[in-house]
Design a protein around this ligand. Structure first.
Ligand SMILES: [Zn+2]
Ligand SMILES: [Zn+2]
Length: 197
């Protein structure tokens, strides 16, 4: 497959959530609003052939690059996706547990503050609200936990009449050095690495 230099790289999503919703791990691209997310799915992802979907993770210090592309049955609206994201517990869990395949979905991200949730609601650090200080940033009090702020979010999966999901079986984790041998990933890193800030 040749690398089309004119392909659009899209990064206007909030982040990626990794969740067990079914038998497989789920990679959920998160958006703030339902409608644009649904439109994007219908215009691009819907036309992807499942077996051509590639997802690459390139670690760089405390961050990682999320890179995703596929061959489309509707080439003129196709796009590649990427985002530089901070490593998280959920990311590490996905890395260990994905077993070579995952479901790809879109979701709507909804953040819940400390005062909006019940005391047994879990923070992103996996400890309950109760384990966090009541004042200021709601630091986690569990020994050894590095959580500095209680954070809890819900991911509402995007659905229309049918469930919107794709199966991904081509998932690779690589170093920046190894990315040089992966044309898709290298194209992404080259195009965006120096245009950040
Ligand atoms: Zn916490
Ligand atoms: Zn904690």
């Amino acid at each position: 497959m040749s690398q089309d230099i004119k392909i659009t790289w899209f990064d206007e999503f909030l982040g990626v959530a990794y969740r067990y919703f079914d038998i497989r791990m789920n990679i959920v691209l998160m958006f703030s609003e339902r409608k644009p997310a649904a439109n994007l799915w219908i215009e691009t992802i819907k036309w992807w052939n499942d077996h051509t979907i590639k997802i690459r993770f390139v670690e760089s210090g405390d961050d990682y690059w999320f890179v995703m592309a596929a061959e489309s049955r509707k080439a003129n609206t196709n796009m590649n996706f990427f985002k530089v994201l901070p490593k998280s517990e959920n990311y590490e869990r996905f890395k260990k547990g994905h077993d070579g395949s995952a479901f790809l979905r879109f979701g709507i991200y909804s953040k819940k503050g400390f005062d909006e949730v019940k005391k047994d609601q879990k923070c992103e650090c996996e400890h309950e609200k109760e384990d966090h200080e009541k004042e200021d940033d709601n630091i986690c009090m569990i020994e050894g936990c590095s959580c500095k702020k209680f954070e809890s979010y819900q991911v509402i999966l995007l659905k229309t009449i049918r469930e919107l999901k794709k199966t991904v079986v081509d998932i690779k984790f690589m170093t920046e050095e190894e990315a040089k041998d992966d044309p898709l990933t290298w194209n992404c890193l080259n195009r965006h690495q120096y245009s950040e800030n």
